[in-house]
Design a binder for this molecule. Structure first.
Ligand SMILES: [Zn+2]
Length: 338
């Protein structure tokens, strides 16, 4: 049986917690592009409807039927189940999470913000906590929503190690692509199981979205992620508390490419490249850029952005001097080209 309760030891060791952020906390330096709202659940859904014409959709499929990664025996022992779940997976109680200790901030839907700011909502108020990563000393790209059939093209062109925030449903759907990303020496991180807006969910459903993502990554990559990016930037001190129980740290961003708007024609490649050149010209040349590898069009844009920025970039753990994973069970087989 694959060990499971080591999740708790990752928390107890307090890995990489407690560093000092390079810029002032709780006061985001908003870029011009960041004055627009973050990617909405509605936009995400429409993006995937568009996507069904050309690419294999990164979501909007039946994750139960299309999972390629075998469901491991150790996960049956932990969950009692025998196949990967749907977009809203079942909550499996974990002995290392004290449900009574979770902060009792009320749930809120996307765009329906609490008038009181004490929950430190990022999606509502761009509030960041002491252990959130939201910028980087070097201008660096990050990629969400994969792995997807578009990802290998990005891998062929990326000039530097980067960070991939993967959806569990896509990890088990495209496990071969997941392993390709790993084999190139990139850092694998979590973006939940089914891309739900977490502040709207119950504590149990938030845990389910995270635990199934971690299990998908462990079953496929034999490791436990350290870095977690909430879909739509949807996080507050209730969500963060749960993320920390898994030993993970939340990762946000300070520079948004808005590449997902390419599909709805709200944004052009020219605009994205213009922003990238402006970020390169700015001093200090720093920041964490949000991009996506779920679609071929965003991948094509990311390749051009990579040319504009160049290879002098950092992974998220390098940005803050942290570890790549809480635990890696084997890695002797993979090569690291950088
Ligand atoms: Zn996403």
């Amino acid at each position: 049986m694959k060990p499971f309760t080591y999740l708790a030891s990752g928390i107890l060791s307090g890995t990489a917690l407690g560093y000092t952020l390079p810029v002032e906390v709780n006061t985001m330096n908003h870029q011009k592009a960041d004055e627009r709202p973050p990617e909405s659940p509605q936009a995400f859904e429409s993006l995937n409807i568009h996507n069904q014409d050309g690419d294999k959709s990164p979501v909007g499929f039946n994750p139960v039927l299309q999972a390629q990664q075998p469901f491991p025996v150790w996960l049956t022992e932990v969950t009692g189940l025998t196949e990967w779940p749907g977009l809203d997976p079942p909550y499996i109680p974990l002995d290392f999470i004290d449900m009574n200790a979770i902060p009792k901030f009320p749930a809120h839907d996307f765009g329906v913000c609490p008038p009181v700011r004490d929950s430190c909502s990022f999606d509502c108020y761009k509030c960041v906590a002491f252990d959130d990563v939201y910028t980087c000393p070097k201008l660096s790209q990050t990629f969400d929503d994969g792995p997807s059939p578009a990802t290998p093209k990005l891998l062929d062109h990326l000039q530097n190690p980067s960070t991939f925030f993967t959806l569990g449903t896509n990890v088990v759907r495209f496990p071969d692509v997941y392993l390709q990303i790993m084999a190139k020496g990139h850092v694998m991180a979590s973006h939940t199981w089914g891309h739900r807006f977490l502040p709207a969910l119950s504590n149990e459903d938030i845990i389910a979205q995270i635990q199934w993502s971690v299990w998908a990554m462990n079953a496929t990559g034999n490791h436990l992620p350290k870095w977690f990016r909430p879909p739509y930037g949807g996080t507050d001190d209730r969500v963060r508390y749960i993320v920390r129980q898994f030993g993970m740290q939340s990762v946000l961003w300070d520079l948004d490419s808005f590449d997902w708007q390419l599909v709805s024609n709200e944004r052009t490649e020219t605009e994205i490249y213009g922003d990238a050149r402006a970020w390169v010209a700015k001093r200090p040349k720093s920041g964490l850029i949000l991009e996506h590898d779920g679609l071929i069009r965003t991948v094509n844009a990311a390749i051009e952005v990579n040319k504009i920025i160049g290879r002098d970039q950092l992974t998220v753990p390098q940005c803050v001097g942290g570890i790549n994973y809480i635990k890696e069970f084997k890695k002797s087989w993979w090569r690291t080209p950088w």
